[in-house]
Design a binder for this molecule. Sequence first.
Ligand code: AMP
Ligand code: MG
Length: 190
Amino acid sequence: MLVVVVGVPGVGSTTVTTKAVEKLKEEGINYEIVNFGTVMLEIAKEKGLANDRDELRKLNPEIQKEIQRLAGKKIAELAKDKNIIVDTHSTIKTPKGYLPGLPKWVLDELVPDIIVLVEADNSEILMRRLKDDTRKRDFESTEDIGEHIFMNRAAAMTYAVLTGATVKIIKNRDNLLDKAVEEMVNVLRP
Ligand code: AMP
Ligand code: MG
């Protein structure tokens, strides 16, 4: 089983995923979470191209794509014999435009069964970003955030058309994290 979880920065997709995987573990259902950005950062560091994960999206798109291809290959290898959740992004907002997180040459290797979009209201996301000082998030208006969410949906659906994956939208609303986790558990439970 290969599940891809995406969401705009700050929406809490990593939190929801981690908590859902912990719950499933209690039931004896095991998933390994692989963070696409972490794998990309390892590759970028080896090549001396970036020092932290928030620098990756500022690299030349051609370089980002090359690192992305290598990361996709590496993750596909891991996904061969276990249940994997890939924590990644449907699109990456770069200075040169939206970069698809799963272009077709990545999907050729990494074929998801389910794509989960974690979403929240534009203003909720804006507030979460302001409160998070562990990351170098870009400041965006609620309108910009709404555009990114829209592009993520559009891109996710094209990935689904290319692979046959299903697309599930989970809302991670303020103070309703448990509800989002419960929904994620239901998606991941075989
Ligand atoms: P995250 O820690 O999830 O915010 O991811 C860190 C960074 O990794 C993102 O801002 C992107 O620059 C990069 N990244 C993650 N997934 C992908 C992907 N599928 N394609 C290209 N870049 C990605
Ligand atoms: Mg994340």
